[in-house]
Write a protein of this length. Structure first.
Length: 146
């Protein structure tokens, strides 16, 4: 399984997550987006509807009747009610449940860098885990650092 650590330094999650979600969907996958805070989930819901004037990302918040039909599901827990094999940890908190997916996107900013480093180190010796660390350059483009 692959874990991609995304260090948000120039662009906020609201600008980055929709791009990742769109790439997952274009590749035929589904995505579970996890954030513990209900307010954060509501903001992500709005962002996914309005990130682009030309389109939107089909999604829903967990707990509805149609969870299993949602290409992107926003939840407070790392349980893929939509059958997703990709998980986006959108609140900067690492969860070991993410290791049950094929790919994890761990987004964090400067406030969560200490926890992200601990998660990075904790995954170093895990069998079957490939880690990648991405950081934004001055132009806001992603560069693979490790």
């Amino acid at each position: 399984m692959q874990v991609d650590f995304y260090h948000l330094t120039h662009r906020p999650l609201d600008r980055v997550l929709p791009q990742i979600a769109q790439k997952v969907l274009e590749g035929g996958g589904r995505l579970l987006v996890v954030a513990q805070d209900e307010g954060a989930r509501a903001r992500l819901d709005t962002v996914l509807w309005s990130f682009s004037p030309e389109s939107f990302l089909p999604h829903g918040q967990a707990g509805g009747e149609d969870d299993s039909r949602q290409p992107v599901l926003i939840s407070g827990e790392a349980a893929a009610g939509n059958g997703a094999r990709n998980i986006a940890l959108a609140d900067g908190v690492w969860r070991d449940e993410a290791l049950g997916f094929d790919r994890a996107f761990h987004f964090f900013d400067e406030e969560r860098i200490v926890e992200a480093r601990l998660a990075w180190k904790g995954l170093a010796d895990r069998e079957g885990v490939e880690r990648r660390y991405w950081k934004q350059n001055d132009e806001g483009r992603w560069e693979k650092v490790a």
